[in-house]
Write a protein that binds this ligand. Structure first.
Ligand code: M6R
Length: 357
């Protein structure tokens, strides 16, 4: 039930801090240690390469998940769009593990890959929000995201939940492998949940930015580098699917290879700046588009922010910034849609579960 909320999407955005805290409690034992099913642990440790298969927002979570798993578990990961995987089959490793990421657990494109990989005898793990969903029943193992029912077509809390589960899985495996990671995911995720809370309490500020930057624009660009780039892809998808503004997420360095030709006077460009090691380069990309007339909205993180940035998110661990920086982008999409008078929860042409290939 959406209770006093005007839309499920807004409720689900607000629920994100709570979802992260729920995940933390579900994956901790009574001694406050990370605890993940033993069979899942051994299937991940036994893999020489992980293939992540997903669509849409879940695919974007996979892009971040890859970075977390490679960094903290030291297992190579490939992320693939489910609908393309079977046409462009990569050369598979000797001991692959297939991870299907799906909020609904019903996505037909993922199931198509699951069925084929099972035929080949490969191990499969589903990360889903829906217990007893098709992908959960058909895979060897399941990890739940515990986000609670997600009703709005635009996925929000499922995305942040998926990334949180990846952070826990990555560190759990790293610890079992005896890797020396100075990253405490329980502590850092709980700080990220607090940061999300600070952002959802600034709705009015974000709504005003929508008036100022998205107005009645027909298109918008999101630019970022490193993890911010992946969040840009997600921010752009969110905006286009519900507000129908044509939006694209770009790696800052790619702009000059073509896309910058599209920048005109007043074109909205949202620049994400949460990664210290690339902050100078992305700020210089922002200057390049400003010089061509763009209206740049900079969303940065405390610690590397400039006074002129329009929105600043609280500081969190550099590998968890996507959980936090996506929240203002979800809210931008929400308010842009509201202002245009479209149906936030049920955009045209889209279904919550895509059960056709
Ligand atoms: O249920 P799934 O996670 O498998 O769904 C995948 C996509 O269809 C889904 O994420 C879609 O992109 C959302 N509408 C995005 O908000």
């Amino acid at each position: 039930e959406k209770g006093t909320y005007p839309h499920y999407m807004l409720k689900e955005i607000d629920e994100q801090p709570l979802v992260i805290r729920t995940i933390l409690s579900k994956y901790q034992n009574e001694f406050g240690e990370l605890s993940i099913d033993e069979k899942i642990r051994s299937s991940v440790i036994g893999a020489d390469r992980i293939y992540m298969i997903a669509c849409g927002t879940s695919y974007h979570a996979g892009l971040v998940g890859k970075q977390l798993i490679e960094k903290y578990s030291q297992i190579p990961v490939e992320v693939h769009v489910a609908s393309e995987f079977l046409y462009n089959l990569p050369l598979l490793s000797k001991n692959p593990l297939f991870i299907f990421i799906s909020q609904s657990g019903e996505t037909a494109d993922c199931r198509g890959v699951l069925v084929e990989m099972k035929k080949l005898g490969h191990r499969t793990l589903t990360i889903t929000n829906v217990p007893s969903s098709t992908l959960s029943r058909e895979a060897d193992f399941t990890l739940y995201t515990y986000a609670g029912p997600e009703i709005a077509v635009a996925s929000t809390k499922a995305y942040t939940a998926q990334m949180a589960v990846f952070a826990l899985l990555a560190c759990d495996i790293g610890k079992l492998k005896g890797l020396d990671n100075d990253f405490n995911p329980l502590k850092e995720l709980s700080l990220a949940a607090n940061a999300m809370e600070v952002i959802v309490n600034q709705k009015e500020k974000i709504e005003n930015l929508v008036w100022e930057f998205l107005g009645m624009t027909r298109n918008a660009f999101y630019i970022g580098r490193g993890l911010d780039y992946f969040v840009c892809l997600e921010g752009a998808l969110k905006l286009k699917e519900i507000s129908y503004i044509q939006a694209e997420g770009f790696a800052g360095g790619e702009l000059k290879h073509g896309t910058i030709a599209l920048i005109e006077d007043r074109t909205p460009v949202i620049a994400l700046v949460t990664q210290q090691h690339v902050s100078a380069s992305i700020r210089s990309n922002a200057k390049e588009v400003i010089a061509r007339g763009a209206n740049v909205l900079t969303i940065s993180m405390e610690g590397i922010n400039n006074e002129s940035d329009q929105f600043t998110v609280p500081e969190v661990h550099e590998h968890l910034t996507p959980l936090v920086s996506v929240v203002p982008l979800q809210l931008l999409a929400y308010y842009a849609t509201l202002h245009r008078g479209y149906d936030v929860d049920k955009p045209r042409n889209l279904a919550k579960s895509v059960t056709v290939e």
